[in-house]
Write a protein that binds this ligand. Structure first.
Ligand code: SF4
Ligand code: FES
Length: 247
């Protein structure tokens, strides 16, 4: 089917999400909590757009809005810009000095507003992606704790978690780089815990923690090359495939 986004005709599959259709067609919609690896989070609300169907006009969250009919979409109408500015103001009150929020504020012509600021050092917008990434790994080391302005993501009682394997999935998926992860002299520091890093058997670079490596071996078996970093693993897979074609 065909839909129109900001005046441009765009091909869409039934059930495809609006954000994906816009991206495929080079139309920018700002996002924070959307991750291609973990879609459907829909907590930041930055990706709102206006959808028009006949005489019906409504504001929807494009990252979770499936297109099922031919509609017209406005990603940057006056109403959307006004609403998005308010969303950015709220995000800004939560994480005022965060570089990604500051960029958004500049893009939308918003001055630094500190009147609602909770904590100048805060970078987390409580999108929940990190908690979900940890759950998807099957680890459950972090969760949101406390309520109201005290709400945050942490390990139980802010202590070094027994179950955390230091894989860093939480930090890699975080849209505002709010999670402190530091690799230094073969040691990873994450969530008040230290992990021994292991080197790739091929290139010799540190690439993950011992606990993560062990976990992956247990879960997927010894023969899955978990002694190699991602780059070397891909290279090895490519070489194996090339070998198969030669035969
Ligand atoms: S730490 Fe990052 S990923 Fe986790 S809730 Fe906060 S902003 Fe989202
Ligand atoms: S990107 Fe859609 S709600 Fe955050």
């Amino acid at each position: 089917m065909e839909i129109i986004i900001d005046g441009k005709k765009c091909e869409a599959q039934y059930g495809e999400y609006l954000l994906d259709i816009a991206r495929k067609n080079g139309i920018h919609i700002p996002t924070l909590c959307h991750s291609d690896a973990l879609p459907g989070q829909a907590t930041c609300r930055l990706c709102i757009v206006e959808v028009v169907e006949g005489s019906r006009r409504r504001v929807v969250t494009s990252c979770v809005f499936p297109v099922t009919r031919e509609v017209e979409v406005f990603t940057n109408s006056e109403k959307i810009r006004r609403m998005r500015k308010n969303i950015i103001r709220l995000l800004s009150a939560r994480a005022p000095k965060n570089e990604f929020i500051q960029k958004l504020r500049e893009e939308y012509g918003l001055l630094q507003e500190t009147r609602f600021a909770v904590d100048e050092k805060e970078n987390c917008i409580l999108c929940g992606l990190c908690v979900r990434a940890c759950e998807e790994m099957g680890i459950f080391a972090i969760s949101t704790v406390n309520r109201g302005i005290e709400k945050k993501v942490s390990t139980p009682f802010d202590e070094a978690s027994d179950v955390c394997i230091g894989c860093g999935a939480c930090a890699f998926v975080c849209p505002t780089r709010a999670i402190n992860i530091m690799d230094e002299n073969g040691v990873r520091h994450l969530w008040n815990k230290e992990f021994q890093l292991v080197k790739c058997q091929k290139c010799g670079e540190y690439f993950t923690t011992r606990e993560h490596q062990e976990y992956m071996k247990q879960k997927f078996g010894e023969d899955n090359n978990y002694t190699l970093c991602e780059k070397c693993r891909k290279k090895a897979a490519g070489e194996k495939m090339a070998e198969c074609y030669r035969i």
